[in-house]
Design a binder for this molecule. Structure first.
Ligand code: MD3
Ligand code: FE
Length: 221
């Protein structure tokens, strides 16, 4: 399906936008829980503070990150990986709040991925100017499980590319409360986020929070 002009500008927006096989944006799906989700983010960040991680190439990321769940995504000079221990605190990551996992499971089911059981939630905090360059998410052991992402606060322009880095990405606006589910063939699509535009949002102030739910560890069978 061709990208809708309303994805970047204007209203009304479609409640469900198909971006390719297995990828959908559920517009406003998280709005009823948005305030509760942000209270839970604050609780997670009290136990495992937001930090700017360093890439294997030695660059400090502009996005501040933390995690909750059985394992958390980390990067340092040694590489990208999932680890049950937060290297900043030396303790396990905080438990995934029920309001997080309930929402992620409902959104996955809505998109056709019934039975999604996330074991990791990466929490990204974007301040004005922060960005995520084009990348693939392939550190997870179970690539048959989708990734569910929840946007809160300031809007962002999401870059949705193809399976090759060289495929020109489409731009999709993600607003507070939007939930995207990425599974099937799009699970390994290159993607990124344009530098966050300055602004203030009633729920978050001068930032955007993104939650990404993953099945990172081996699926028991
Ligand atoms: C499409 N986060 O944490 S969420 C990331 O807005 C990440 O913070 C972005 O990319 C953010 O790795 C984008 C949407 C998303 C997440 C994972 C995907 C889209 C995806 C994996 C495959 C394809
Ligand atoms: Fe990603």
């Amino acid at each position: 399906m061709a990208i809708q002009p309303d994805l970047l500008h204007g209203l009304p927006m479609e409640p469900l936008v198909h971006l390719g096989a297995g990828a959908v944006v559920l517009r406003g799906f998280a709005l009823p829980e948005a305030a509760d989700l942000l209270v839970a983010v604050e609780a997670v960040a009290r136990e495992a503070p937001f930090r700017h991680m360093v890439t294997p190439g030695g660059f400090t990321m502009s996005v501040a990150m933390t995690n909750c769940g059985e394992v958390g995504w980390i990067t340092d000079r040694r590489g990208y990986r999932y680890d049950p221990i937060d290297p900043t605190t030396g303790r396990h990551w905080p438990t995934m709040p029920a309001v997080f996992s309930d929402l992620a499971k409902r959104a996955a089911a809505e998109a056709g991925f019934a039975g999604f059981m996330p074991d990791a939630c990466l929490v990204n905090r974007y301040e004005p100017g922060a960005r995520l360059s084009l990348h693939q998410d392939r550190n997870e052991q179970d690539l048959s499980a989708p990734i569910v992402s929840v946007s809160l606060g300031l809007p962002a322009t999401f870059l949705f590319g193809g399976l090759q880095r060289s495929d020109r990405p489409r731009r999709v606006r993600l607003d507070s409360g939007d939930v995207a589910v990425w599974g099937g063939p799009t699970r390994l699509a290159f993607h990124g986020v344009d530098p966050l535009a300055d602004g203030t949002h009633a729920l978050t102030g001068r930032c955007r929070i993104n939650l990404t739910f993953r099945r990172a560890a081996c699926t028991p069978r």
